[in-house]
Design a protein around this ligand. Structure first.
Ligand code: HEC
Length: 147
């Protein structure tokens, strides 16, 4: 009986609301308790710098780690094939006109041929797009932005 009353009340409320669009105020309609409201939550892409660090140093899905060619420390010791990535967050925004730091880094990883840093050869590993998904890139980016 209670359920029926609730249903009727809800019905009347819906009719009333749809009948006059001007009263578009948030109504304190109680959630129907028997209707599951568990919608899949689509989490926004948030970068996990800790995981990005892992990918940077260990690689992912059999792809070579970034550290096989890049240093990311403030000390430039020894020899490496690619530029030291310390300060990349600031530098990245100035590399290619029209690309902000995130867009440039994204492109540098997925399509390294498209821009070759002066003084370096076009030898960066070209196939990361086959191994990384967007979340991997977002995590990697979060890490690179801390350097
Ligand atoms: C086989 C060696 C190699 C590997 C592995 C490699 N890189 Fe590179 N990377 C280079 C070289 C060489 C350059 C400079 C030439 C160019 O711009 O393509 C470069 C350039 C870059 C740049 C642009 C730097 C700047 O100062 O503008 C970024 C960013 C970058 N790499 C990120 C990465 C990340 C992240 C990874 C791992 C997912 C990675 N690289 C793996 C060799 C490599």
């Amino acid at each position: 009986m209670r359920n029926l009353f609730a249903f009727v009340a809800l019905f009347v409320l819906v009719i009333t609301l749809s009948g006059c669009g001007a009263a578009a105020q948030p109504s304190p309609t109680p959630e129907p308790t028997d209707a599951p409201t568990l919608e899949p939550t689509t989490a926004p892409a948030v970068g996990d710098a800790e995981r990005g660090h892992q990918i940077f140093t260990k690689g992912l899905n059999e792809s070579p780690p970034c550290t096989s060619c890049h240093m990311a420390a403030d000390v430039n010791f020894g020899f490496s094939l690619g530029p030291n990535l310390v300060g990349i967050a600031q530098r990245a925004a100035t590399r290619v006109e029209g690309l902000d730091a995130a867009a440039y880094i994204h492109q540098s990883i997925l399509d390294p041929h498209s821009y070759v840093v002066a003084g370096y050869r076009d030898i960066m590993y070209p196939d990361y797009s086959k191994y990384f998904d967007e979340q991997d890139l977002t995590d990697l980016m979060a890490f690179l932005m801390t350097l």
